[in-house]
Structures are given as C-alpha cells and as structure tokens.
Design a protein around this ligand. Structure first.
Ligand SMILES: O=C(O)COP(=O)(O)O
Ligand SMILES: [Mg+2]
Length: 227
C-alpha cells in the first residue's frame, strides 16, 4: 500500500477548464481526499489560491504571485514589493498603453508584489519598460506578469516544504507554463499538461496526452496511493 505523494499544483491551465479561468469542479474531491500535503503554486494574486484552498477544504499552503507571496499556513512571506512593478505600469500608461483590465479590476486589486497586464496589450513595449526598471515580464499564457526577477514558484515551494516538513524528493508537480519550470525543478516527478507552453514541456519529466484538468486528474490517478 503506497501513500499519496505531496502535490504541487498550478491553477490556470492546470486545474481549469479549457476555456477561460474557471476551475474544473472535478478536482475538488480528489485534492480534498489526498493523503499528503497539496501546495497550490500560482501566478494569481494571493486571495485566489487562499480561497481555492478554503473552499476545497484543504490546508492553505500557497505560493502566489509567482513566488512573490508565500503562505505556510502560519506565516506570510513577501519576496518583492509592488512599487517597482507599479512604476513600470505607470510608464507603460504614459507611453499610451494600459494594463487592459479596466479601471477597477480584481486581477491586480489585491496583488502585493507584481502587476499583471492583459495579453491583449502590446508586449514588446512592456518588456522594454520593465527591463529599464530592472524587472522582467513573464507570459503565463493567461497574463503578462511584471515582476522582480528573483521571486519564483520553486523558491516559494522550498519555503513551504521547510516549514511544513514536505520532502520534495517525493513530490509531484503539474503545470502548464514557464512559471512552473522552477517547481518542476524542485520536485521528484513533474508533468506538463498537453496545453503547456514550450518551456514547461521541455522542463517536465513527462508531457501528458490530456489537457487542463483532465491532465491533472490523470496524474492523480496514476501517482495516488495503490488501493
Ligand atoms: O495568473 C496567471 O497568469 C497564471 O496563473 P497560474 O500560475 O496559476 O497558471
Ligand atoms: Mg498555469
């Protein structure tokens, strides 16, 4: 009888439906019944993964904002501050562009360490302005993230693993994008869903046949405890 390995799960593109941002409801019971820690590692703003864990009924082990915010269930760590990214966005606006979400938006409202720009906005000027401020732009397939270069999901995962006592040598990660490469490098087995970008596919131990939540559910089926 084997036990479930610790899981590290991305959200957008991995726990979601093929179209848009919606969570595939089929993932809730398997992650709630999982007999090992489940870490949610996402580029989304901090409240989103916390709420996901809360409503799924699992402990709140969260890497948010691409590692900008790390929550161990006891402590919150911030590994960057928002001012630098905000300055980039102000220069981007001054150049005649916009973050692309409308004035009041919930994509950035609660972000504390980076800013996300809509994929329908021009990328090259954003990259240039970010570089002039010493920042990077990460394209997750869902948004352009203007962020400090240091924070990443993998480092945030290590912080949680140390605090909670997760052996990452036994952990399994599933993701879809370049911002999951650092978690793939931190765990034992990594899987890219079939909709993953090139960098995630190249970094994963295995590229799945199935996409989005179908892929993740297939992994849980395979790596879960033998019955
Ligand atoms: O917010 C994004 O752009 C992507 O989020 P994810 O890291 O959960 O895929
Ligand atoms: Mg993703």
């Amino acid at each position: 009888m084997t036990t479930d390995p610790p899981l590290v799960l991305d959200i957008d593109g991995t726990l979601t439906r093929p179209e848009g941002w919606g969570i595939d409801p089929r993932i809730f019971d398997p992650i709630r019944d999982w007999e090992a820690p489940v870490v949610i590692a996402t580029g989304k703003a901090f409240p989103y993964p916390v709420a996901l864990c809360h409503f799924a009924g699992i402990p709140e082990l969260v890497v948010a904002e691409n590692g900008g915010v790390v929550y161990t269930g006891d402590d919150v760590f911030f590994t960057a501050d928002r001012e630098a990214a905000q300055a980039v966005v102000e220069d981007y606006r001054a150049a005649g562009y916009s973050p692309g979400w409308g004035e009041e938006n919930t994509v950035n409202r609660w972000r504390e360490t980076e800013v996300a720009v809509n994929l329908d906005q021009p990328l090259e000027p954003l990259r240039e302005i970010a570089a002039s401020h010493g920042l990077e732009v990460v394209d997750t397939g869902y948004a352009y993230h203007v962020k400090a270069t240091e924070p990443n999901k993998g480092d945030g995962l290590e912080t949680i693993a140390e605090h909670v006592g997760i052996d990452l040598e036994t952990a399994v990660a599933v993701g879809d994008s370049v911002n999951d490469v650092s978690t793939f490098e931190a765990v034992d087995r990594s899987f890219a869903v079939n909709n993953a970008d090139e960098l995630a596919r190249a970094a994963a131990d295995e590229v799945l046949e199935a996409s989005h939540a179908d892929g993740t559910l297939a992994v849980l089926e395979r790596v879960g405890r033998a019955v």
